[in-house]
Design a protein around this ligand. Structure first.
Ligand code: SF4
Ligand code: SF4
Length: 154
């Protein structure tokens, strides 16, 4: 779907959707976590269709976006391209080349560096179609190993 940006610090209660909170709680109860696998295919889809987040919620209005740019001028690389099915603004990044590559990869935003963050699934987001990454739930190998070691005699 979209690249979801963690634009500023906020509490997880503000950040997560209702479904996300339920999913998060279920994972905690069952000892599972969201696991990230795969690699980037450099398709650029996550740079061309983006939700931005500010103050704990997805940006809905051009005014809210203007506030972001006033405070963080580096966000002026984003242009509004429409809205998604939930009414949140969609942006495209002008730094994305026709080939889907970042024009200045070394100086990309920190939110770009973090993508895809596993918290995406708790915020009502998902990976763009065709993305080379995959988010799934499971027990991390480190946890399995830790359990196995605890069971060892002595
Ligand atoms: S493969 Fe995924 S992370 Fe890489 S550019 Fe495409 S959408 Fe973005
Ligand atoms: S700055 Fe680069 S990595 Fe970040 S959205 Fe723009 S093109 Fe993509």
């Amino acid at each position: 779907m979209v690249k979801n940006y963690l634009y500023s610090a906020f509490t997880w209660l503000n950040k997560f959707s209702l479904t996300g909170i339920i999913r998060y709680s279920w994972l905690r109860i069952t000892g599972r976590e969201i696991l990230l696998s795969g690699t980037c295919r450099n398709c650029g889809a996550c740079c061309r269709r983006i939700n931005l987040e500010a103050g704990g919620g997805w940006v809905r209005t051009p005014e809210a976006f203007n506030d972001i740019v006033r405070e963080y001028p580096e966000y002026d690389r984003f242009a509004i391209i429409g809205t998604d099915t939930q009414g949140f603004l969609l942006f495209s990044c002008s730094w994305c080349t026709e080939e889907g590559l970042c024009r200045d990869y070394g100086n990309r935003l920190s939110i770009c560096r973090k993508f895809p963050d596993t918290s995406l699934v708790f915020c009502g987001g998902s990976l763009p179609a065709g993305c080379g990454y995959r988010l799934s739930s499971g027990v991390p190998f480190a946890k399995v190993l830790q359990k196995a070691v605890k069971r060892l005699p002595g």
